[in-house]
Design a binder for this molecule. Sequence first.
Ligand code: FAD
Length: 418
Amino acid sequence: MPSQSVDVIVLGAGIVGVSAALALQARGRSVALVDRLQEAAGETSFGNSGIVQTEGVLPYVFPRAVGEVARAAFNRDPRAHMRYGALPSIAPAIWRYFQASTQAKQHATGKVMAPLMFAAAAEHLKLAKDAGASALLRSGGWIKAYRSARGKDLAQAEVEELKPFGVKAIFLDRAGLTELEPHVGEKAIGGVHYAEPLSTSDPAKLIQSYAALFVQRGGRMERGDALSLEPSASGWMVTTEKGRLAARDVVIALGPWSDELARRFGLRLPFFVKRGYHMHYEAKGNAGLTRPVLDLERGYLVTPMARGLRLTTGAEFGRRDDPPSPAHLERVEPYARELFPIGARKDSAPWLGRRPCLPDMRPIIGPFPGKPGLWLDFGHHHLGLTLGPITGRLLAELVTGETPFVDPAPFKAERFGA
Ligand SMILES: Cc1cc2nc3c(=O)[nH]c(=O)nc-3n(C[C@H](O)[C@H](O)[C@H](O)COP(=O)(O)OP(=O)(O)OC[C@H]3O[C@@H](n4cnc5c(N)ncnc54)[C@H](O)[C@@H]3O)c2cc1C
């Protein structure tokens, strides 16, 4: 017999699960948030770059030009890193990612993502205000800095591509760049300033404040293994440290681990992860940054965090559970020392996170095909911090039968033939 029951159990207390739990609670549902960790935001949501990246309407795509593919394949492009040992198992997913990376498909995704992206900052601001955490969200946008005429062309092309989606950008020459960020090294000759996005100096603290708001509003946070999920007479059941917990509805929001549970119930998806690392550094002297800055041509980012200057790497293609490797960070760190005022490393080892991805770079939001009461909310790839709250709203609208604020069809699992 179940010891307790609630209306909805949300599995996974990263930004996606916490946000879904809050949105369901706001619609009058009793909700329990279950995670194997003690605290919220202990995994991917912990160590990201902290940008509420509202300009990121067009998803990152796999290179299609032969030269670029070759550079990526031979680890000559520091923006990505390939773990060759993992290739036999990840090749099918990368192939599907490659196939979904045409400009037409990228733009189709841009079109369906735009309404979510443009509403994303407002959802964060509202949650942060209610959680008493507004100070953790800063305005001022972020900058993509370039080193060469080629980099400038790339930046310009991207700005042109984003214009039809309503994304605004400001071009900076070297003087404009140093006016905003005086300590960016002279190898950066200019940049593009996306002024509207928000960023945070501590993603984990921000999300933990959202989780505290959920508890303050009567939500339950429990430790338990999501893989204990099983059907029950009244819906679904999960075993937690405090006993068995039943609910009519269950949301799978396990980020990079979601696929494992989905497969147990018969749903096979072309799911993969893009791994990424971070490292904190002392700032040199009185130098620093006031907002995130990307080294566009080298593909890593440096951002001011509460703990120090945080460098985050681009995508490492490997298996989710492969051990961490220092290789990608070591490839980009020398470039970062050219451009940013970073001193000694502050962490004993690089932190590793895993971006949960689907080939079309859209999350899956909606019902689990053929399993009434089971819901999917994962695959937020490079943009989970940005999209967590707004996709939480969409998911909650679907669960409670409200009219969704956007068409949910492009986010259904069925698009992969499920
Ligand atoms: C280097 C890097 C930089 C990034 N920068 C940005 C950025 O600037 N802006 C942005 O929007 N996004 C960014 N992202 C992406 C973003 O961090 C992710 O998309 C987001 O954190 C995914 O959140 P999630 O809640 O889906 O997953 P997670 O945060 O991983 O949460 C999943 C939860 O499930 C729990 N769990 C797993 N298995 C079980 C189980 N069996 N039982 C119980 N619980 C379980 C885990 O403990 C975890 O708490 C970045 C990612 C990386 C790696």
